[in-house]
Design a protein around this ligand. Structure first.
Ligand SMILES: C=C(O[C@@H]1C=C(C(=O)O)C=C[C@H]1O)C(=O)O
Length: 300
């Protein structure tokens, strides 16, 4: 009996690690096979991007920020299982950087005003780790590159109430002359911030029309009498049919008029009838642009 018992032990004991080793090798083979399948699909996807680029009219800027947001949102809606949801955003942001650069020059300028290069980090998170990126220290310099066509887009600090006139970059964009620069995105798109991630908020401007994404907010610039109050501004926007989510009202020293930057729900195009219904304006309102509403903790 004892010899049978020890024979059984010698059969089983060495077998357990062998099983695990064999299983591990099989699982790794499975991962290699899946990597090949993913790679094959990525190469097929790039072929389709080439066909999209070939369809494009001459001079088209191959940059569709609204569509990019919709793709990520759609994938998140179908997502299941243990793969972290944030990976989808990370992978597809890098993929869009590559597929956009396949279609033409793709250079990003950043106005860095944050401590620890936070706007650069924020730009890298959105536009890819290896996308050419030029850093400026004034918004006007970053915007000038977009106007001149030497950059595809500029990453600029989110307008704030208290800033000095030189950093209130949005006022200079309240016109309809060409090249017209629009706000086309807000960063970070993946709003939940992990420890050490840049905390800054930024807007992206480009010399393209804003690209609706089905879940947007729009920015409208207004020129108003100097005695305009926030309360009257809000009441006027509501009366015109807008749902306002934020507003900046500036009365700069020496300026002939007050300037307001209002953020409203939804996608507002130039011809939106509600714009003409905003009371008290000194000149017709200018749509500064729109951005895809970032993914927050609830909808991420
Ligand atoms: C392919 C396009 O260009 C870019 C690349 C995209 C992609 O790889 O899916 C999506 C949007 C664009 O920024 C497009 O215009 O659809």
């Amino acid at each position: 009996m004892s010899s049978t018992h020890s024979a059984a032990e010698t059969d089983q004991t060495p077998q357990a690690p062998n099983d695990a080793t064999a299983q591990l090798a099989a699982l790794r083979l499975e991962l290699d096979r899946l990597d090949d399948a993913i790679h094959d699909l990525l190469m097929q996807r790039a072929d389709v991007v080439v066909r999209v680029a070939a369809l494009g009219a001459k001079g088209r800027v191959a940059f569709r920020p609204g569509r990019e947001a919709e793709i990520i949102r759609r994938l998140l809606r179908r997502h299941a299982g243990p793969l972290p949801r944030r990976l989808l955003s990370r992978l597809w942001r890098e993929l869009f950087a590559a597929t956009t650069s396949m279609q033409g020059p793709y250079v990003i300028t950043v106005c860095e005003t944050g401590a620890g290069n936070e706007f650069v980090q924020c730009a890298r998170e959105h536009f890819g780790a290896l996308t050419p990126l030029r850093v400026h220290h004034s918004p006007a310099q970053a915007i000038a590159e977009v106007s001149a066509g030497s950059a595809t887009a500029a990453v600029l600090p989110m307008p704030a109430d208290e800033e000095v006139p030189a950093t209130a970059w949005w006022i200079a964009l309240l016109h309809r002359d060409e090249p017209r620069i629009h706000v086309v995105a807000r960063l970070p798109f993946w709003a939940p911030r992990s420890e050490g991630a840049p905390q800054v908020q930024a807007l992206v401007v480009a010399a393209v029309a804003p690209d609706p994404s089905a879940q947007d907010r729009s920015l409208v610039g207004l020129e108003l009498p100097l005695d305009m109050s926030r309360a009257r501004l809000s009441a006027g926007l509501a009366a015109a049919g807008f749902t306002q989510s934020a507003a900046i009202l500036r009365r700069d020293a020496g300026a002939q008029m007050a300037h307001a930057l209002v953020e409203v729900d939804g996608y507002v195009a130039d011809g939106d009838g509600r714009l003409a219904a905003i009371p008290d304006v000194l000149r017709p309102p200018v749509v500064l642009g729109a951005y895809a509403v970032p993914l927050d903790g609830d909808n991420a």
